[in-house]
Design a protein around this ligand. Structure first.
Ligand code: NAP
Length: 257
């Protein structure tokens, strides 16, 4: 069991973030379950952790707003102790082509997917640095490295930004004992994917991905949570500036080199 670990997981009310919150709590971390709107869902995650004997709290904060993020970090530190693990999971997928591009929607997505990572990292860096210890894990996507589902180009661009920030922050924070890594999920069953597709459309895309995946199936949130837990572990101190693809072995972009 991990001792004295406090994890802040952004966007932990649903999907991958929810699974990460449970996974880190299972290993002994106290968890702040961040959410944007769905307070009830976040409460359910925190209650589930507490029911299993763990420590958890919820915090509403828009990761795109620095003041709100800073207040959440202060709240977490007051209730659970200094944040030792930051998981930047909150994210938004806005689908568009060059034809349908909308600047406002793109800016909104980028504010969450990119600015969010900058704000949270800035908010925890001093406290982690003072203690000479920290684990930061950013959720990128295999879209950032060439997987090509239609309509995801602008989303992919935000995730590529998250990937380079991961490596650069690793360089900047490494001397303070803080590792910074990324997990790049493939196609995972969550509201982001399944929520927007129905019936035949969902089955068709699921089959499309399954047929191009070595493991022969799409991902579940827990598949990603396991990888995050590895990078968040106290003993994983000699892995930094890396991006781990967790995609069941997708072949449609591997083939492109
Ligand atoms: P999801 O099911 O859509 O859940 C999104 C989460 O982010 C929710 O908890 C939501 O909170 C939160 N959120 C949204 N805007 C926020 C904001 N401004 N501030 C704080 N929290 C906010 O997403 P998911 O599929 O689990 O994806 C999680 C991460 O993995 C994202 O970064 C996504 O880009 C990445 N990813 C997902 C897939 C996939 O196939 N699903 C693939 C590659 C990468 P509320 O519940 O309060 O709205």
């Amino acid at each position: 069991m991990w001792t004295n670990q406090v994890a802040l997981v952004t966007g932990a009310s649903r999907g991958i973030g929810r699974a990460i919150a449970f996974s880190l709590a299972q290993r002994g971390a106290a968890v702040c379950v961040n959410f944007a709107e769905r307070a009830g869902a976040a409460e359910q995650v925190a209650s589930g952790i507490k029911a299993a004997g763990g420590h958890a709290m919820t915090a509403r904060a828009d990761v795109g707003d620095f003041a709100s993020v800073r207040a959440m970090v202060e709240q977490t530190e007051a209730h659970l102790g200094p944040v030792t693990i930051l998981v930047n999971n909150a994210g938004l997928l806005y689908q568009a082509t060059l034809e349908t591009f909308d600047q406002k929607q793109f800016d909104h997505m980028r504010r969450i997917n990119v600015d969010g990572i900058i704000h949270t990292t800035r908010a925890v860096k001093a406290s982690m640095g003072t203690r000479g210890y920290g684990r930061i894990i950013n959720l990128t996507s295999i879209a950032a490295i060439g997987a090509t589902l239609p309509g995801n180009a602008f989303y992919a661009a935000t995730k590529a930004e998250a990937a380079i920030l991961t490596r650069r922050f690793a360089m900047e924070l490494g001397p303070d004992g803080i590792t910074v890594n990324a997990v790049a999920p493939g196609f995972v069953r969550t509201d982001m994917t399944q929520g927007r597709l129905h019936g035949a459309e969902w089955h068709s895309i699921e089959r499309h991905v399954r047929e191009r995946t070595i493991a022969g199936r799409i991902g579940e949130p827990e598949d990603v949570a396991n990888a995050v837990a590895f990078l968040a572990a106290p003993e994983t101190g000699w892995v930094t500036a890396q991006m781990l693809a967790v995609d069941g072995g997708r072949m449609d972009y591997l083939a492109c080199g």
